[in-house]
Design a binder for this molecule. Structure first.
Ligand code: ATP
Ligand code: MG
Length: 580
């Protein structure tokens, strides 16, 4: 597979509301005086920097607590795509401010996935791969500055009390009894939080905004908590960690992000995002232009679950063989199933970017993949459910070359040779003892064409004790070979595929069906786990044409009349495994 070139398949710019915002911002010269020294930092870091030569900066900020899924692909194409189209930079940022659940294994796989989709985080000589945990010192400094400007306080209420006093959608919250502490008291308490002597949950640092705000997120949100946990990058340096809603705007600002694009559930966080960055600007830690948050609708796809928590559950409870099980909606799973970067690009272009939440039918994704694979994949022949066909009037030692095009719509890809012999494998379903209506394939007395070979006339069959057909007999009409002058002398309605018993290669094929039986797993059942499709994997032994003997892992083909198949990473020359 050649992802990079495939990737350029269609490069018109789908218009969307985010592009309109960027166009407007660029017209307003919003970033005209934006400074950037080449690495992330606050106001003093960039003070003497040259102007930023990136027109815009976006970021893709996964938390390294799981494998990326198809929903993330939408965000990757959006963020990296915008940067590419507007001559800007897109940063890959690991949002690793939560010490628990994060792991280097996830970091590596996320890097692989983004590259697989055709992107990198280079801009000119910048290598924009960052870890939010590198900003812990700045975040700590930012917290201190908020305390000093009277915009944050250490609350010693219990978690329950804080929850109770937060109020409801209709009732205002109650001020904490600790809200009026002096700056010095808060500084002392915050130092105590950091000292390591306080247990988890003993105190929390809160922004001081408005306990009566109609937006609950503005009712003195927590910004720092105590957490005695080892971090995968900073080890035990810290026992206090910033809350996501505090950390994320700061990460964006330090990296000079212009457009911080996130999913709709963060819409109510936007006022806090702006509040925080404005305060830090007023306190001298940041400068204009500050990043702006814009929300878009996340991808919801039928028949799958797109939440890392649930995907982790599927793996740990062994409903699937691992993160890269071809039934998983992870990008590693999709890759193993034969889905391609070009297919994802086509899919994301088609579904577009909007502000309204909706469900996308899984078929839309499959159609995009098929469309791309139809162009990119060569054809091969495989018999998935073999029964024997004997051509009685064909000599036992005779072998003949038949020529099959590698791609029916693209002659330039040439032809390959398939050997014809007296005994062939054909599909069980291509023969019927008693034909049903409109059945044009083999049955006693009927003629069909052996694709790329001769027209044959069915003369009989054998069955075993259970009545199952084991062998079908036929005679070929010598003047009718495909490509020869007499090919059209006999007209037949059926055309079946076959492989030579002598030359065929045996292989295992995994036929995958959807992992869930219903469109919206969990919507009408107690748990989405109840909706798992128990027969989503069928493994069979098949016969492949001889040209596939040297197939390599990740090679992809269309098996004529059967769809698209990819050679599994665990496949070997002795033990070929193909996934549909
Ligand atoms: P999950 O809910 O699966 O854990 P997440 O949002 O917590 O996903 P992050 O690692 O925080 O995962 O996400 C990284 C980026 O991917 C975020 O900017 C997020 O908005 C985006 N993203 C995650 N899921 C989707 C989705 N279904 N559609 C579009 N974008 C998504
Ligand atoms: Mg998240």
């Amino acid at each position: 597979m050649a992802p990079m070139s495939d990737h350029e398949i269609k490069d018109d710019l789908p218009s969307n509301f985010i592009r309109s915002i960027i166009d407007r911002n660029l017209n307003e010269n919003l970033y005209q005086n934006k400074k950037w020294i080449g690495s992330p930092g606050g106001a003093s870091h960039h003070a003497n920097a040259p102007l930023d030569s990136a027109k815009i900066r976006t970021r893709f900020p996964p938390e390294p607590n799981g494998y990326l899924h198809i929903g993330h692909a939408k965000s990757i194409f959006l963020n990296f795509g915008l940067a590419r189209d507007y001559k800007g930079a897109c940063h890959l940022r690991f949002d690793d401010t939560n010490p628990e659940k994060e792991d280097e294994e996830y970091v590596r796989s996320i890097i692989d996935n983004v590259q697989w989709l055709g992107f990198d985080w280079k801009f000119k000589d910048e290598d924009n791969l960052y870890y939010a945990s590198s900003y812990f010192s700045f975040m700590h400094e930012a917290a201190l500055s908020l305390i000093q400007s009277g915009d944050a306080y250490v609350d010693q209420q219990t978690a329950d009390e804080i929850r109770e006093n937060r109020g409801t959608l209709t009732a205002a919250g109650k001020n904490s009894p600790y809200r009026q502490q002096t700056v010095d008291e808060n500084l002392t308490l915050f130092a105590a939080m950091k000292s390591g002597k306080q247990p988890d949950g003993a105190m929390v640092l809160r922004a001081k905004i408005d306990m009566a705000s109609p937006n609950i997120n503005m009712r003195d949100p927590a910004i720092y908590r105590i957490k005695h946990a080892e971090h995968h990058r900073t080890g035990n340096d810290w026992c206090i960690y910033p809350m996501y809603t505090f950390a994320h705007p700061i990460e964006d600002a330090l990296e000079g992000i212009t457009h911080s694009i996130c999913t709709l559930e963060f819409e109510d966080q936007r006022p806090f995002y702006d509040w925080l960055l404005t305060k830090l600007k007023n306190n001298g830690l940041l400068t204009d232009p500050l990043p702006k948050q814009h929300e878009f609708a996340r991808l919801n796809l039928t028949y799958v679950v797109l939440s890392k928590r649930r995907l982790i559950e599927l793996v740990t409870n062994q409903h699937v063989s691992g993160w890269d099980d071809p039934r998983m909606p992870t990008l590693v799973g999709a890759k193993r199933r034969g889905y391609t970067p070009a297919g994802f690009k086509l899919f994301t272009d088609r579904i577009g970017v909007s502000k309204a939440d909706s469900w996308i039918d899984y078929v839309t994704l499959e159609d995009a993949m098929r469309e791309v694979l139809n162009t990119s994949c060569d054809r091969r022949v495989a018999v998935l459910d073999p029964i024997k066909l004997v051509i009685s009037n064909y000599a036992e030692d005779q072998v003949e070359d038949c020529f099959a095009p590698n791609h029916p719509q693209d002659e330039s890809r040439g032809k390959r040779v398939i050997k014809l012999t007296r005994e062939l494998w054909i599909e069980r379903q291509d023969f019927m003892i008693e034909p049903e209506k409109k059945y044009f394939r083999l049955y006693p007395g009927n003629q069909v064409r052996l694709r790329y070979g001769y027209v044959v006339n069915c003369t009989g069959y054998d069955v075993d004790k259970k009545g199952q057909v084991t062998t079908v007999y036929c005679e070929y009409l010598p003047d009718t070979k495909s490509g020869s002058a007499g090919a059209d002398s006999v007209k037949v309605k059926g055309n079946i595929h076959w492989v030579s018993c002598e030359h065929a290669v045996e292989a295992k094929v995994n036929l995958y069906d959807r992992l869930f039986k219903v469109e919206h797993p969990g919507a009408n059942s107690e748990s989405y786990l109840d909706d798992i499709n128990e027969s989503s994997l069928t493994s069979i032994t098949v016969q492949l044409e001889e040209n596939l003997v040297n197939i390599k892992p990740m090679d992809q083909f269309q098996f004529e009349r059967h769809g698209y198949f990819i050679c599994d990473p665990d496949s070997s020359s002795k033990n070929i495994i193909m996934n549909r």
